[in-house]
Design a protein around this ligand. Structure first.
Ligand SMILES: [Zn+2]
Ligand SMILES: [Zn+2]
Length: 131
């Protein structure tokens, strides 16, 4: 296995092990925790290859840096922390979503994104007082 191939395997492994989509920068940081010394250009090159192979997909969420996840995760949605800007996986889906469409319309796909504060950030965030 060549050096480049091994680096790409590391990158794919990081995406598979992560419980959430990762940006290129986050992938690089995780790779370098194992002292792999992978540069951002290498990450982007690997992402391009894995996307072409259908191994990973880019998660398109307005207002966040492009992030990536394996395509075999099944149907799920995302939660965005408005403080740390991390993107988290949300399991499950809303039932009867198709019924929101006008009568005789055919729904082909949907996107659901939840916005708020993750468990790490919710404590520092001042909740509006409810009395
Ligand atoms: Zn957060
Ligand atoms: Zn859904």
């Amino acid at each position: 296995m060549s050096y480049a191939t091994r680096q790409r395997e590391v990158i794919l492994g990081i995406l598979r092990q992560a419980s959430q989509p990762l940006t290129a920068q986050e992938i690089r940081e995780r790779a370098n925790q194992n002292r792999t010394g992978i540069g951002l250009a290498t990450v982007y090159r690997a992402l391009k290859i894995f996307m072409a192979q259908g191994e990973i997909a880019q998660v398109e969420i307005p207002g966040t840096a492009p992030c990536y996840e394996p395509t075999d995760r099944g149907h799920h949605h995302h939660f965005i922390c408005q403080h740390c800007r991390q993107v988290f996986d949300v399991q499950g889906c809303v039932r009867d979503l198709e019924k929101l469409a006008p009568q005789d319309f055919q729904v082909e796909r949907h996107d659901i994104t939840l916005y708020g504060f993750c468990a790490n950030c919710v404590e520092g965030h001042e909740q509006p007082e409810t009395k």
